[in-house]
Design a protein around this ligand. Structure first.
Ligand SMILES: Cc1cc2nc3c(=O)[nH]c(=O)nc-3n(C[C@H](O)[C@H](O)[C@H](O)COP(=O)(O)OP(=O)(O)OC[C@H]3O[C@@H](n4cnc5c(N)ncnc54)[C@H](O)[C@@H]3O)c2cc1C
Ligand SMILES: NC(=O)c1ccc[n+]([C@@H]2O[C@H](COP(=O)([O-])OP(=O)(O)OC[C@H]3O[C@@H](n4cnc5c(N)ncnc54)[C@H](OP(=O)(O)O)[C@@H]3O)[C@@H](O)[C@H]2O)c1
Length: 294
């Protein structure tokens, strides 16, 4: 994980100093006294706890970003805005990978799971579109496709909402010869938790070099789920990967990107390092790249 991401989920920071009456939206370049600077313009609910949301900044232009980066979303703390140091409105802020492509300039899209005991997400679920919130004006993060040279097999491994950065990469780079194979593995508890499933199935049907590999860990045996079962590690077994993606886990021509649950990242990293892969870090380039969500 990069330094930006490590620092991204602290609540310490604050918004803008209040100055005047509350208003629902602000002109470009300004922020409202309650520190909001963006509108949640749409929300598509997959389940009670999983949604795809779209956010439009008041400035009218989304921050410049590359696929794989994140911004923070935030809401004022408390029912009534609380003031912190310097008289600024205190915010609860959390990082979210951008799922939309930079080719879409009007809004940013995010895939978010509600954590009932969490500080921010229950508050996000209270916002009905069009509702107000705060969004970073700059994107951050080093988790990007440029970490792998062109022409490699890219194996993208995600749990839950960790699929978001890979959706942005696919939406942006497909059809450009950026990779040999792009294999997108998404491990979820239940099939209903599979975000972007129809879009990804359609993309994979249209392009033989893109493989979408959903895997469910808690679907009941004998039920309707006919796909892979277990955790993402099962999809990385030789025979399974060969069958579903037509390739082998070979450090000579594969880069693996991991995103989501940190325990998954540790487990898959160990599995890959035993196969000769090297974790990429500041001092040593490698072919394992990761983004931890907590
Ligand atoms: C770089 C980065 C990008 C992120 N991108 C996304 C994203 O695209 N979508 C998203 O939903 N979350 C994402 N997260 C997590 C997000 O920042 C919040 O932590 C999460 O939304 C919960 O916020 P909260 O305040 O409600 O609970 P918190 O107090 O922040 O989290 C409570 C607990 O919930 C669990 N948890 C947190 N996030 C997730 C998750 N995504 N899936 C499963 N369990 C989780 C962990 O056990 C965590 O300790 C990202 C985190 C980082 C660092
Ligand atoms: N109320 C609901 O219906 C509901 C639904 C979804 C999410 N949630 C909330 O969202 C939170 C997170 O849910 P989530 O399902 O998105 O994320 P998650 O708990 O990270 O699970 C996503 C997938 O990752 C797997 N996984 C967990 N540990 C792993 C490891 N060490 N290696 C590889 N895979 C691993 C899980 O398998 P296992 O099944 O084996 O753990 C599951 O298949 C929960 O805390 C819950 O509060 C609630």
């Amino acid at each position: 994980m990069n330094q930006d991401a490590a620092a991204s989920n602290s609540d310490a920071a604050a918004g803008v100093a209040p100055s005047g009456a509350l208003r629902p939206t602000a002109p470009a370049g300004e922020r409202t006294p309650d520190a909001t600077n963006a509108t949640l313009i749409a929300r598509e609910d997959l389940t009670d706890t999983l949604s795809i949301v779209r956010v439009r900044p008041d400035s009218g232009r989304v921050p410049t970003f590359v696929p794989g980066q994140f911004v923070r979303l935030g809401v004022p703390r408390g029912a009534h805005p609380e003031l912190g140091p310097g008289g600024r409105v205190r915010l609860i802020r959390r990082a979210y990978s951008i799922a939309s492509s930079p080719l879409e300039a009007d809004f940013l899209e995010f895939f978010v799971v509600r954590i009932d005991e969490g500080a921010l997400t229950p508050r996000l679920w209270e916002i009905e579109p069009p509702g107000r919130l705060w969004m970073d004006e700059q994107a951050k993060g080093e988790f990007r496709i440029e970490l792998a040279p062109p022409g490699q097999n890219l194996i993208m491994v995600s749990t839950g909402t960790g699929i978001a950065p890979f959706v942005s990469m696919l939406r942006t780079f497909r059809g450009q010869g950026r990779w040999r194979r792009f294999v997108l593995i998404n491990g979820v508890r239940y099939a209903c938790d599979l975000g972007y499933r129809a879009e990804l199935e359609a993309v994979a049907r249209a392009d033989a070099n893109i493989r979408y590999v959903p895997i469910a860990s808690r679907e009941p045996k004998g039920g309707r789920w006919t796909g892979l079962r277990g955790r993402v590690q099962n999809a990385l077994e030789d025979a399974t990967l060969e069958r579903v993606a037509g390739l082998r886990l070979d450090p000579a021509d594969c880069h693996v990107f991991l995103c989501g649950n940190p325990e998954m990242i540790v487990a898959v990293q160990a599995l890959l390092e035993a196969r000769g892969f090297v974790t990429d870090d500041r001092d040593r380039p490698g072919n394992i790249h990761f983004e931890r969500y907590w």
